[in-house]
Design a protein around this ligand. Structure first.
Ligand code: NA7
Length: 552
């Protein structure tokens, strides 16, 4: 399996592996493939690396996992040398890091930018994929790896009249590369997920007036972001071996943090309140790990939700606005909890107003206003922080056809089905990184990405060593895995929220809890065990005859 092993008559361009996307997953996949001597081509629709961090350039965009942990672990030199400036890295710094990695490991020469993968068709005879890209070329590859990202297909909402709006319309997930200046403008912000919550305070500082249109109030915890000191960075670096091991093997979500040892109802009201206060003051996602049953038991969950609702009431001066901002439609944490800097306090500004579009949905967008309950809210610019067709959206944009012509979209019409989140039965030699059925978005993405990439790299090496032409998920193994993913999710409070985890933000998308909630450590052990048992649950096919070497 190397380019030299393909016959020149087979195709103009032929690779062992085509990788779709040059975000963190695609870059590390390329690095591993190269190291193992596989030929690979990466296609990336943007004109640079970084994936999510390339597109999401909206004001205030930051990762909600701490920078020292939201970083690659595969190169100790890299993690020892790179200086993160803040506890939570801003988008521009993460993008700089992605570019540094691309340069440092000389990745760009195998990445073709400004190129979308449009179609991939499996040739049953050759046991190879024909991959058609947006420049019109078709290349051949034995394997395709979808490193397409989980939050990469930005969705414009289907709101009447949006196309008639006369001012500028921005989507947080595909923000312009040049600076956007809202000075002196009346800005309408639709959406109060993480992107809306991060951008509102910054836009409010610039704009003449900011009107936030809120469908679902969200739980948000202060980030308490701050510059990292040299001492903090050094302490982390010294402990990296243990921190990374813990994140991979112990922490459910791939984040090194103090783990809860008891349930919320095991403590008295006073003790519990004290613990919540401490976590609130510390800030960050780990608020949810104060107890081990917040995602499982509604009564326990209510104690944390009530605490945060209380904080919102303390911060927001106008009682009616505070009430509207208090989430009451879902248990805390069942939609990804947000991490903010002064989000709730932003509503105390005289130039910020909140409009409830749950009770009265937006009727229409006109040339200069958003109409709600018969009232026109005049705006000069619109920011859509309306999220993504998550987890499956970017895969669905590619016309993927397996043996017999079945498309992946047809197969996933009732919801995505995968074995281990890595492959879907009926689509040989097609891997997905951090796809549905794997911990993915419920975890520190880089931990999950590295685990998937390493597993795939080992699998391809195994195939090469054993002269295997094709590998496919067995449909029974897949059914069992899908049932397991569902069963684990149903044992939690997560399915109670209309979240993008459930596909609920996209009209018509099947309601299925997509990520695997069993924890990254347990999941890793399952994947390793499957490999150790000779790729149990996968069907393999040997090379019909050894491929002829091109030269010699
Ligand atoms: P999210 O979390 O999906 O948030 C999208 C927001 O936009 C949310 O408040 C939605 O309300 C709202 N929305 C979506 N469609 C509409 C329409 N049609 N009308 C009004 N409001 C709408 O996306 P983000 O970009 O903020 O964050 C995605 C992830 O990135 C985040 O979880 C972090 O992991 C990082 P809804 O809640 O559906 O009622």
């Amino acid at each position: 399996m190397s380019p030299a092993q393909s016959s020149p008559a087979e195709a103009e361009e032929s690779y062992d592996v085509v990788v779709v996307g040059a975000g963190f997953a695609g870059m590390y996949m390329l690095y591993r493939l190269r190291g193992l001597g596989f030929s690979a081509r990466v296609y990336e629709q943007g004109d640079g690396v970084g994936g999510t961090w390339y597109w999401n350039r909206y004001p205030g965009a930051r990762c909600d996992v701490e920078s020292m942990q939201y970083s690659y672990s595969f190169s100790d030199e890299l993690q020892q040398e790179w200086d993160w400036s803040e506890r939570y890295a801003p988008q521009a710094e993460i993008l700089k890091y992605a570019n540094h990695v691309a340069d440092r490991f000389d990745l760009r020469r195998d990445i073709q930018f400004n190129t979308r993968v449009e179609r991939a068709v499996f040739d049953e005879q050759a046991k190879r994929w024909s991959v058609t890209v947006s420049d019109g070329r078709t290349v051949q590859a034995q394997f395709v790896v979808l490193a397409t990202g989980c939050l990469s297909n930005a969705r414009k909402p289907d709101i009447e009249g949006l196309e008639n709006f006369g001012g500028s319309v921005y989507h947080t997930g595909s923000w312009p590369h040049e600076d956007v200046d809202f000075t002196g403008l009346r800005v309408g912000l639709i959406g109060t997920g993480s992107s809306g919550i991060q951008s509102a305070p910054i836009i409010a500082e610039q704009a003449k007036h900011l009107t936030v249109f809120q469908r679902t109030a969200n739980f948000s915890i202060p980030a308490r972001n701050a510059a990292l000191t040299t001492g903090e960075r050094d302490a982390f670096r010294k402990s990296y071996p243990e921190i990374r091991r813990f994140a991979r093997e112990v922490a459910r979500n791939g984040i090194y943090a103090e783990q809860p040892d008891r349930g919320a109802l095991d403590d008295s009201d006073e003790t519990r309140r004290g613990k919540y206060e401490k976590r609130w003051d510390r800030g960050g996602l780990t608020f949810m790990y104060v107890y081990n049953n917040l995602g499982l038991d509604r009564t326990a969950n209510d104690t944390a939700a009530d605490f945060v609702r209380g904080k919102i009431a303390e911060i927001v001066k106008d009682p009616a606005t505070a009430k509207l901002l208090q989430p009451n439609s879902h248990p805390i944490g069942t939609k990804r909890i947000c991490i903010d800097t002064d989000y709730f306090a932003t509503f105390n500004r005289p130039n910020v107003s909140l409009v409830d579009i749950k009770t009265n949905p937006i009727q229409e967008i006109t040339a200069n206003a958003v109409r709600v309950a018969g009232r026109n809210h005049e705006v000069d610019a619109l920011v859509l922080a309306t999220g993504f067709d998550a987890m499956t959206g970017s895969v669905a944009k590619i016309d993927i056809r397996g043996p017999g012509g079945q498309t992946l979209n047809q197969k996933w019409a009732e919801g995505p089905k995968t074995y281990l989140g890595l492959m879907s039965a009926g689509f040989p030699n097609l891997f997905i990184i951090a796809g549905p059925g794997s911990p993915s978005v419920l975890s520190n993405m880089i931990v999950s990405i590295e685990q998937h990439v390493d597993w795939i790299a080992d699998c391809l090496t195994h195939m090469r060593e054993h002269g295997l032409a094709a590998l496919e998920a067995d449909s029974n193994a897949e059914e069992k895995w899908v049932a397991h993913v569902n069963e684990v999710a149903q044992g939690t409070l997560y399915p109670q929220a209309n979240s993008w985890y459930m596909g609920a933000n996209i009209p018509g998308k099947p309601r299925i809890f997509m990520p695997y909630i069993g924890g990254v450590g347990a999941y890793r052990r399952i994947c390793d065990e499957v490999a150790a048992k000779g790729y149990e649950g996968f069907v393999m096919e040997a090379e019909a005859q050894p491929r002829r070497a091109m030269s010699g």
